[in-house]
Design a protein around this ligand. Structure first.
Ligand SMILES: Nc1ncnc2c1ncn2[C@@H]1O[C@H](COP(=O)(O)OP(=O)(O)OP(=O)(O)O)[C@@H](O)[C@H]1O
Length: 874
């Protein structure tokens, strides 16, 4: 236990797997945790008078159990036996060879094949205004990225790349959680690690450079600190063979469309906050290699702004769409590639198994036809990619010559190196296969040479193989034979040749394994020089895979090539929502819609319509079409003419989000304020039910003010889609020339609303909450009464009087209150204080009650609340 305690003391935070013979053992608290997570038996044993808990599992089950421990959130230190146990030594030398954490995973069982496994490191500036540094490393692929910028930018990147673990300085933990939330697996490091000199030195050493200029990150002080701290962490966690981390790239803020983290979430680009939601990436991911899948996830959160680069991607997709045989052939070849990127990273990490090296050669062989197909595809863009591919015939050849066609996965089992590659190995294998026949051959040859016809070969444990000569032939024994034993009727001899063969036979198996290991290690060491070239190939193939995937989606879902232009307007004809259109029930058709936004004419589109009409879908599909185009994909539309957008902002009204507990009205307003401060002429802004999280007056007033600002600010004219229940906002169009009213058409049929899903010019003139409440089974008189009370309560705020009986006989009328009709005082009051909460809540309930997007229980609860409010007001 003394040895264990010593090792454990060095890694107090880790759960220690301590190798004892054929088992990994855990002790004390670690054993309790391991037994709980792994479901293994917890026992105890006596140690110096007291009992200590103990739980273990066989060493060969480590692949099964280790991932479970790491997934349960533990840092796991693996302590191996560093020497073979021998009889003379009582205690075997042991040491920690690996520490595995969620961010340091490299084993296939711990990784998702088409997602990166990023370890982030964050170095915030001194104050919130200072730039914040971030680095992201995927140890399993060697990809190393840095970024520096505002905390919003870093927040967005953390959201986009979803690191599995985040390093930070111990003293900045609170700051970090305030800035970025508490949803990350944090590994705090000592403060001194995050210092410029130390971290720069780490980077220079890793990249064997005298300056970081060549990487384009020289200026990024905070980012360099973050990246250097990552290298420090790797060292302290026993990750020392890092040749595959040979480059560091910069995530330049200005190259990509700015998507803040709310937008990434609201547009459900890479994940969906809803239980059964499907993110965009799932719909457009038709990649066939894991590298392609991983790259696509980056393309989705980093759409391009550079026209040339976007057009190049479109050209590639067009070429594939126009040539089905090319698409088919490339697809077939790509399917043979596998995950060469992760595979080559295992070479320096010393984790590559023989079968994976074989797979590497198969992948390299498949690259040649891919290269040719790209070169002859008739597209400059694809030809340039083809040029970059290097199938490395030498590597392919060397692996083919050295490894068996189907080598064992486990080197220690042998059967890895090909026959005919190494003379010594061949000889040893021959000995094991033909030991007996070789002995027989010696016997026969010597018998013929000496004329001793009764010559026999035998074996005993004292002196091994011998030649036995009966007394009759004693005189024929040649002088070079050495006599070893005399029996009554015969004598036994050994010869040099027999001893050599004996040695080979007796130790052949062991020597074969040893020789195979030597040769294999030589091969792996030789492969180190090809890490960079294989990574570059993997990068090209990932791009081809993504572009090919876009072409497949375009064919499957009838996407068209968008026409990108230098102006700022956008025009989408018969656009569709890429996700919703694939989710519709059989027989349902997605209704396409036209959208035109032009900063000089139709800058802001105000869309009204009832619950479930399709307002949000239209907003989102417009943004998704722009983003898909800028990712390089074709788009779900009949035709699209698009000016580049540089930022996409989305805000969803608080009540839509309230279930997630993340968005309060205050947060919504903060976020909206940040949009207002960051707009540009090329921004696309989606405002969905903004202001809904407060009372009706506040909501309308705020939405009104925002729309006015977006129209009149004089700084920038972003393109805006504004979806709202407040039909009062339609009045804005009268005074603001670039605001245009639209609504989503519905048809009222008896008691039913039929959703036509068609965007039509002109705003809707009344609130539909009442209809929807009626459809939901609310007695008509309650619905009518609710409408009346609401009108009265709102009147009360304007005039200060109320007549609760007014309007009782009339039809339920929707309130008609706009900032134009409100007195200045009322406006003031409504913005800074919450207006009559009953009115607000009533209005909200009327707007929200919908049989379509609520569970029956939610619907019942809202109806009950509505009834209660009506009764209370009466
Ligand atoms: N153009 C369309 N074609 C077919 N179905 C559609 C279309 N637009 C929306 N839908 C369907 O209608 C549902 C509701 O749409 P959406 O959420 O956009 O409505 P909404 O008007 O924003 O409602 P709410 O105000 O409640 O948020 C969608 O989930 C989708 O299934």
């Amino acid at each position: 236990m003394a040895q264990y305690n010593k090792v454990k003391a060095k890694h107090p935070e880790a759960l220690l797997l301590f190798r004892v013979g054929d088992f990994y053992e855990t002790f004390g608290e670690d054993a309790v945790k391991a037994a709980q997570v792994l479901g293994i038996t917890l026992t105890s044993r006596n140690n110096g008078g007291s009992d200590v808990e103990l739980a273990g599992f066989p060493y060969h089950s480590v692949d099964l159990y280790l991932p479970r421990l790491v997934r349960a959130g533990y840092r796991v230190a693996i302590c191996e036996q560093l020497e073979k146990p021998s009889k003379d030594k009582k205690i075997v030398k042991r040491g920690v060879t690996e520490i595995v954490t969620p961010g340091l995973a490299v084993d296939d069982q711990l990784l998702e094949h088409n997602s990166n496994n990023f370890l982030a490191s964050v170095a915030p500036g001194r104050s919130r205004k200072d730039p914040c540094g971030l680095s992201l490393l995927d140890l399993s692929t060697g990809e190393f990225l840095v970024a520096e910028g505002s905390t919003d930018y870093i927040d967005k990147l953390l959201q986009s790349f979803q690191p599995k673990e985040v390093l930070l300085s111990k003293d900045r933990r609170k700051d970090f959680e305030q800035l970025f939330g508490d949803r990350f697996y944090l590994s705090p490091l000592d403060e001194w690690v995050f210092t410029p000199d130390y971290t720069t030195e780490k980077l220079l050493k890793q990249f064997q450079a005298i300056s970081l200029k060549g990487f384009g990150i020289e200026e990024l002080e905070r980012a360099k600190i973050a990246a250097g701290a990552t290298l420090h962490y790797l060292e302290t966690t026993e990750n020392r063979n890092l040749k595959h981390i040979n480059r560091i790239g910069r995530l330049a803020n200005d190259r990509y469309v700015w998507l803040d983290r709310f937008t990434i979430r609201n547009l459900e680009l890479i994940y969906s906050p809803h239980d059964h939601g499907v993110p965009l990436v799932n719909i457009i991911d038709r990649t066939v290699t894991p590298m392609g899948g991983r790259l696509l996830r980056k393309w989705v959160v980093l759409p391009l702004k550079d026209m040339k680069a976007i057009r190049e991607r479109h050209e590639a997709v067009r070429t594939f769409v126009q040539s089905p045989p090319l698409l088919q052939d490339l697809d077939t070849s790509l399917k043979q590639i596998g995950d060469v990127e992760r595979l080559i990273s295992k070479v320096p990490l010393g984790k590559v198994n023989p079968r994976e090296i074989r797979a590497l050669s198969r992948a390299l062989c498949a690259m040649e036809p891919i290269r040719e197909l790209l070169l002859e595809a008739g597209s400059d863009v694809l030809a340039a990619m083809g040029e970059k591919l290097d199938p490395l015939p030498d590597v392919c050849d060397a692996i083919d010559r050295q490894l068996r066609e189907e080598p064992a996965v486990n080197l220690s089992k042998g059967g890895v190196i090909a026959d005919g590659f190494d003379e010594l190995l061949d000889e040893l294998r021959d000995v094991t296969r033909n030991g007996k026949s070789r002995l027989a051959a010696i016997q026969q040859r010597e018998s013929e040479r000496t004329g001793i016809s009764s010559l026999k070969i035998g074996f005993n444990n004292v002196f091994g193989y011998y030649l036995e000569v009966t007394n009759k032939y004693k005189k024929a024994v040649p002088p070079e034979w050495t006599r070893k034993q005399t029996l009554t009727s015969a004598e036994r001899y050994i010869t040099e040749e027999l001893k050599v063969l004996e040695d080979k036979i007796l130790h052949a198996e062991e020597k074969i394994l040893q020789r195979e290991e030597e040769l294999y290690e030589e091969l792996v060491a030789w492969l180190h020089q090809y890490i960079g070239p294989v990574q570059r190939n993997a990068g090209v193939l990932a791009q081809v895979d993504c572009l090919l995937g876009f072409a497949k989606v375009a064919n499957r879902d009838r996407y068209v090539e968008p026409e990108m232009h230098a102006e700022r307007d956008l025009e989408i004809e018969a656009g569709r929502h890429p996700v919703i259109e694939r989710q519709l029930e059989v027989g349902e058709q997605y209704v396409p819609n036209d959208v035109r936004l032009d900063p000089d004419d139709q800058q802001i589109i105000m869309i009204t319509g009832p619950n479930m009409a399709g307002k949000s879908a239209l907003l989102r599909q417009t943004a998704l079409i722009c983003l898909l185009a800028q990712m390089g994909s074709f788009v779900p539309a009949k035709r699209a003419r698009l000016g580049i957008v540089d930022r996409v902002f989305t805000r969803v009204g608080a009540s839509d989000n309230i279930s997630s507990g993340e968005s309060t009205f205050m947060v919504e307003m903060n976020e909206t304020a940040s949009i207002m401060n960051n707009i540009t002429d090329r921004s696309l802004i989606l405002l969905d039910e903004i202001g809904r999280g407060t009372s009706t007056f506040d909501g309308i007033s705020i939405a009104w003010a925002i729309a006015e600002y977006l129209h009149n600010n004089g700084r920038a004219r972003p393109k805006v889609l504004f979806a709202t229940h407040y039909h009062e906002l339609n009045e804005l169009a009268a005074s603001l020339p670039r605001v245009h009213n639209y609504s989503i058409a519905i048809k009222e049929h008896g008691n039913r609303i039929i959703f036509l899903r068609k965007l039509v010019p002109g705003g809707s003139q009344h609130s539909f909450g009442i209809h929807v409440a009626r459809m939901a089974g609310m007695p008509a008189e309650i619905v009518a009464r609710a409408g009346n009370i609401l009108t009265q309560l709102e009147q009360q705020h304007i005039t200060g009087e109320v007549d609760p009986h007014e309007g009782e006989t009339g039809q339920p009328t929707a309130p008609h209150v706009t900032p134009n009709t409100l007195s200045a005082d009322a406006m003031q009051l409504s913005i800074f204080e919450t207006a009559d909460p009953t009115a607000g809540r009533l209005r909200e309930l009327l707007d929200q009650v919908s049989i379509n997007n609520m569970t029956p229980i939610e619907c019942m609860m809202k109806l009950q609340e509505l009834k209660d409010l009506v009764r209370a007001a009466d």
